[in-house]
Design a protein around this ligand. Sequence first.
Ligand code: PAF
Length: 285
Amino acid sequence: MQTVHTIAELRHALRHAERPAFVPTMGNLHAGHLALVAQARPLGDATVASIFVNRLQFLPHEDFDSYPRTFTADQAKLAAAGCDVLFAPREADLYPEPQTFKVQPDPALADLLEGEFRPGFFTGVATVVMKLFMAVFAGKPQGVAVFGKKDYQQLMVIRGLVRQLALPIDIAGHDTERAADGLALSSRNGYLSEAERAEALQLPLALRVLARDALAAAHALPERLPALEAAAMQQLAARGWQPDYLTVRRRADLLPPQRGDGQGALVALGAARLGGTRLIDNLEI
Ligand code: PAF
């Protein structure tokens, strides 16, 4: 595996590739990231991963400075996973000047849920993903990029970006990888104490209960859902969590379900803080 830092080096490394397969990451790689690489490999003729902790997608009080940076271990994991090129730009390589031109995703999608609790988050994500896409794919007839479904709304934002800007990139989603007990794999799980790690399972459990109750109330979902969501949030709060949202939305646009929206069209999504760690998860219904 070749490791490169600048966009010029990356383009040189990919000069013979006609269909790069790309996995963007912020590093601190776990089995979920490596599953994205495994999915990407047969989809293209060169597999590229990036590691870049993107300052633009963190709010000032968030964990940009403390976000785990484990470059040497990540590099070894990517090489063992069969990645061909690791693009690891320094901040000055990707943002040589203040990034005043930004990619603004549709507020109808980007201001909901994660966007409500992390204002500007999806602008930061869309901007860096656009820059990474240009670095990897410029001049290529077609490419493919793989994103995890744990960041469900992020995947929708990226799909919208590619569709509306007519980028020649296929976007593939990968089902959330989970620990044996069901907790979604996340770099931020590393922040949890042993007791918090055991408690963290309550988030996917709460989503499962909410999904079950929503299906049971499918005949009158728009009327019944607010009480079900409030109960799910209260149950987590009673265990010491600070929930931002636990909700059931339509998969198509992440808006609240309308009459007739039922199984196959819905997704339960949650975000909640446990101690100092904010966890997110979702479950397609
Ligand atoms: O999902 C992530 O790790 C990040 O949001 C991404 C897509 C690499 C952009 O920084």
